[in-house]
Design a protein around this ligand. Structure first.
Ligand code: SF4
Ligand code: SF4
Length: 371
């Protein structure tokens, strides 16, 4: 039973105080409304945001001025969910620079890779300072190799609870690349959100995971919705994901033209059509089986091979502008593959179970032919 509902209406946000829980329903700066095709609710967090989340990893590669321009333009056009991480160098700092004056109108998710309690608190304090805020909406464990739980001896989950108690974080999330860890997190009921790769190249198991999160009312944040650059039509990516009402893609945005593309989806969200279905089918047939997603979890390589690009060079050459890959610098990177000492480190760490050293060799042979 709802005891009291206070409504505060600002130009862009309704804040509902329901028995001391604050739910923010964002209508967009342009007041385009809360159409389900455009907005998504992250499960039990009730955080409702525009379906185009801003993945802020790439802003670490641009200047402060360019980052501010991008982040601000995103916000001004209705994008209101920003995902970053302590590990993305100055990404949090740039979000703080660009958006601290509109903090209460946006939602920020960040991550800690720490596996110690001390590191957890140090990361959280650093993130709060850099983001110029006193709370994080969703604080996530960043791709841990295990699922942190109470009494598991690490104290990590207890630290999350303590941070929540102190009001420094609102919800607890986890990101992962390993299906087993993701499943464990979902089954545990301990997490409000899961961030996991999801795109139209997903297999049945991944689609099942998304549906399970929906069933359990856990917010699903999609990383790699463009499969690390292998998907070249974002309209197709969007149309596929919007079939799953609980998914929030966080597009990695580095250039203004990329941002413009996603902003256009706020007004005209791509929908599934016969043409798009056929396109996805063709893509799935082409990219079936063993292919590197470019996640980089197998790195660093002891001899300095840039595995996350070199192991998918054949695809990159055919699906993105080949010029850079074939430059002198590109050739030197590929030649490094000759130095592989077969240590097996990459293979052991690939969450997709790829035989990475062999994949590298196959890509190198193809590259030489291409040259
Ligand atoms: S097996 Fe080769 S590519 Fe993989 S980490 Fe070892 S040296 Fe690097
Ligand atoms: S080989 Fe595996 S771990 Fe390495 S970048 Fe590719 S998909 Fe990621």
């Amino acid at each position: 039973m709802v005891l009291s509902i206070d409504l505060e209406l600002t130009s862009s946000t309704i804040i509902v105080n329901k028995e001391n829980n604050y739910y923010c329903i964002y209508l967009g700066n342009n007041e385009k409304g809360d159409d389900n095709m455009v907005n998504v609710t992250l499960g039990r967090t009730k955080i409702t945001v525009n379906r185009n989340g801003f993945g802020a990893l790439p802003v670490q590669r641009v200047s402060d001025e360019e980052a501010i321009k991008l982040l601000r333009k995103a916000y001004d056009n209705g994008i209101n969910f920003f995902d970053t991480a302590r590990s993305y160098s100055d990404s949090e700092y740039k979000i703080g620079l660009a958006l601290s004056d509109v903090r209460e109108k946006i939602f920020i998710a960040t991550k800690t890779p720490s596996i110690t309690v001390e590191g957890f608190w140090s990361d959280l304090e650093k993130s709060l300072t850099l983001l110029k805020t006193d709370y994080i909406d969703i604080y996530q464990f960043h791709n841990p190799s295990f699922c942190p739980k109470p009494n598991d001896g690490t104290g990590l989950y207890e630290a999350m609870l303590e941070a929540k108690e102190q009001g420094k974080i609102r919800f607890i999330g986890i990101t992962n690349h390993r299906l087993a860890v993701a499943m464990e997190a979902v089954d545990s009921g301990l997490y409000d959100t899961l961030q996991f790769p999801f795109s139209y190249l997903a297999d049945k198991k991944e689609e099942d995971l998304v549906n399970l999160c929906k069933e359990k009312n856990i917010g699903y944040i999609c990383m790699k919705a463009l499969a690390g650059g292998l998907i070249t039509r974002s309209d197709v990516a969007y149309a596929y994901l919007s079939q799953f009402s609980n998914t929030l893609p966080i597009w990695g945005i580095q250039r203004e033209n990329e941002l413009d593309e996603f902003i256009s989806y706020i007004e005209n969200p791509p929908v599934m059509t016969a043409e798009i279905k056929e396109y996805i089918e063709k893509e799935r047939n082409e990219l079936v089986g063993e292919f590197c997603r470019g996640c980089g979890y197998c790195m660093p390589c002891p001899v300095g091979i840039e595995i996350n690009n070199c192991a998918r060079m054949s695809l990159l050459l055919r699906r993105s502008p080949a010029k850079d890959h074939l430059s002198e610098k590109g050739q030197a990177k590929m030649k490094k593959i000759e130095e592989c000492i077969e240590c097996g480190n990459c293979k052991a760490h690939c969450p997709y179970g790829l035989d990475t050293p062999n994949l590298l060799k196959r890509n190198y042979e193809d590259y030489k032919t291409f040259l």
